[in-house]
Structure formats: structure tokens, C-alpha cells
Ligand binder design. Structure first.
Ligand code: UDP
Ligand code: MG
Length: 326
């Protein structure tokens, strides 16, 4: 027993730093609370740590609070965006500038309990390169949000081969190797849950119960949620396009049959009184199908358009304690 464990510890690489990357958008009240809770947990660990805040264009003084904390604590790093670029862009920046051997991403509203961090690290040290978390329930989640998120993960699972952990949050630990690989993926409309699934690596899930938001309201508007869901589906699946093609085929077959019937009726029967209803139904149905199909094409085209512009994912206005601002 002893020699085995000795061998294991000698091959284990030495952990220098654990990074915590936190995207925040108008979380002025939550930051001091989160910092205190994090400090309690992190200072008990046998590693050095850094906390990287990414201020996603807040206008409520969030960055000033971070600056103040930074004056007392050199382990805090921060990036401030020139405007709101969105949660996924802020997460990407956090991963970009975190320097730890493992990087833990979490939300800034205390919905992701810092008390889970030691478990994440433990699972990582057991050899898992991705330790994701599975939300078992959320204290303050609305019925609408529950329903739509369930529906979303169903569609994701049915339409894409890339594994996307259902009810996974952006609360996870990534090994340095995974972070380095993630940096090579430069796509614009990012859906990190899918990108990490796409990368592969050894992954394990840890269940947790999300707490209610400590202060403030959700920063994910319905519009942002819809964009997020569309990015998830459209960047990892071409199923909507296939569906459109099959629908087109199906409608064509029906139209052919109906056309044959109408010719038959014209030549061989006297039942050719103009059918207003059937005409209207056909026209409306085909019109609807065509508009939906064009819409889908447009959504994919829009993403192609966004990629070809090759704009950066975010613009940095200011940073604290960041060695290599790009
Ligand atoms: N967030 C962000 N940019 C945004 C929206 C949200 O950086 O445009 C941050 C937010 O401050 C929080 C995390 O992303 O730390 C998750 O957002 P939120 O808690 O509002 O989402 P919910 O938990 O309601 O889904
Ligand atoms: Mg939240």
C-alpha cells in the first residue's frame, strides 16, 4: 500500500496556483460577500491562489469595489471590459488571463457555493482534467426558467453529437491543459459548455444545490437567454438544416400527390369547383414553412458573418495585476 501511494505522489506534478475566474456584471453588492466566502475556503487549501474578476462592463461601481479589494489583497486580479460583452465572452477572458495549474470558473452572485471548491480540486487531483458541476436544484429558479432549460437540454441532446452536460453550470474546474486547448478555439458565438464537451479530456461531474442569488437580480435577460440557447444549438448541430430539408421533401411529396389528384379531378370528374379553403391552407402552410426555413438559413449565415469579421470577443478598458494584457 505504502509504496504505491509514494509512487503516486512522486509522479503527481506540483501544484503552484489555483485560479478562480469570475465574470461579473453589475454585482456590486455580491463581490465583498463572495470574496469573504472564497477567502475562507481558499486560505484553508495547501496551495497559493488567485482570484480573477472579469468586469463585463458594469455601470454600478462593481469595478471600483474590485479595485478596493485589490488594494488589500495582492492575490486579486481584474480585467474590465469597455462595455457589456456577455457572460461567455467574460468567461473566456477569465480563462485567458488566469495563470493557475487549474482554473475554476464560477458566477459572481454566490449561486455557485465556494464550499464545493475543495471537492472540485480533490477530483482534479484524482486525475480528472475537467470537473464539472451538476445543478440538482436551484433555490429561486422560476417555473419558466426550469421548463425552458429542460427543453433546451433535450433539444441539445437530440440534435448534437457533442456531449453537453444537462444542467451543467459554468461552474467547473479545468486543468491547465484543457484551458490551453480551449484557447486555441477562436469561434465567436461561444457556447463554452459545448466547446469543453467537444474538447474531450477526462471529465467527472459533482452534484450541487445552487443557492439563491445573494443580492440583485439575474443579469441574464430573456433576450440573452435566447441568444445563448441559439448559440448552443446552432454552433453544435446542423439538425435544424436537415429538418428543413426533410420538411421540404415531405411537403414536395404531398404537393405532388395533391397535384396528381387535381389533374385527375379536372379531366375525369366534374368536381372542379374552385376550392378556396384548400388553396388558402396550402398557400399559408407553404408560406410559413418557407419563412421558417429562410429564418434557419439566416441564423447560420449570421454566424458565418460574425466569424468572418474576426472581431475580438471583447475589448479591455482597464486591468489590475495582469502581466500580459493583450
Ligand atoms: N454576467 C456577465 N455578463 C452578462 C450577464 C451575466 O458577466 O452579460 C455574469 C453575472 O454577473 C453572474 C454570471 O454571469 O456572475 C451569471 O449570471 P446570472 O447570475 O445573472 O445568471 P442566472 O444565474 O440568473 O442564470
Ligand atoms: Mg445567477
Amino acid at each position: 500500500m505504502t509504496p504505491v501511494s509514494k509512487k503516486k505522489s512522486s509522479t503527481q506534478k506540483k501544484v503552484q496556483v489555483i485560479s478562480i475566474a469570475i465574470p461579473v456584471y453589475n454585482e456590486v453588492e455580491n463581490i465583498p460577500l463572495l470574496y469573504d466566502r472564497l477567502k475562507l475556503v481558499l486560505e484553508k487549501l495547501p496551495f497559493a491562489f488567485e482570484i480573477v474578476f472579469v468586469d463585463d462592463g458594469s455601470d454600478d461601481g462593481t469595478y471600483a469595489v474590485i479595485q478596493k479589494l485589490r488594494e488589500q489583497d495582492r492575490r486579486i486580479k481584474a480585467i474590465s471590459f469597455s462595455r457589456n460583452f456577455g457572460h461567455q465572452a467574460a468567461l473566456t477572458a477569465g480563462l485567458q488571463y488566469a495563470t493557475g495549474d487549474a482554473v475554476i470558473t464560477m458566477d459572481g452572485d454566490l449561486q455557485h457555493p465556494p464550499s464545493l471548491i475543495p471537492t472540485l480540486i480533490e477530483k482534479w487531483q484524482e486525475g480528472n482534467q475537467v470537473v464539472f458541476t451538476v445543478r440538482e436544484s436551484t433555490a429561486d429558479e422560476s417555473f419558466f426558467k426550469k421548463l425552458t432549460s429542460r427543453l433546451f437540454y433535450r433539444i441539445m441532446a437530440a440534435s448534437s453529437k457533442t456531449p453537453v452536460q444537462p444542467f451543467g453550470a459554468d461552474f467547473r474546474l479545468l486543468d491547465r491543459k484543457v484551458v490551453a486547448s480551449l484557447k486555441t478555439l477562436e469561434e465567436h458565438d461561444r457556447f463554452l459548455r459545448g466547446l469543453i464537451g467537444w474538447l474531450g479530456f477526462t471529465a467527472i461531474g459533482v452534484p450541487y444545490t445552487a443557492d439563491a442569488r445573494a443580492a440583485g437580480t439575474s443579469k441574464y435577460s430573456t433576450r440573452k437567454m435566447i441568444k445563448f440557447a441559439l448559440d448552443g444549438i446552432l454552433s453544435f448541430s446542423a439538425t435544424p438544416l436537415h429538418l428543413v430539408t426533410f420538411l421540404g421533401l415531405f411537403v414536395s411529396v404531398l404537393s405532388f400527390a395533391y397535384g396528381a389528384y387535381s389533374l385527375y379531378a379536372f379531366f375525369f370528374t366534374d368536381r372542379t369547383i374552385p376550392g378556396w379553403t384548400s388553396l388558402l391552407v396550402t398557400v399559408l402552410f407553404l408560406g410559413g414553412v418557407q419563412l421558417i426555413s429562410i429564418g434557419f438559413l439566416g441564423e447560420y449565415l449570421l454566424r458565418v458573418y460574425n466569424e468572418t469579421k474576426r472581431r475580438p470577443l471583447y475589448i479591455i478598458k482597464d486591468s489590475l495585476n495582469i502581466d500580459t494584457p493583450r
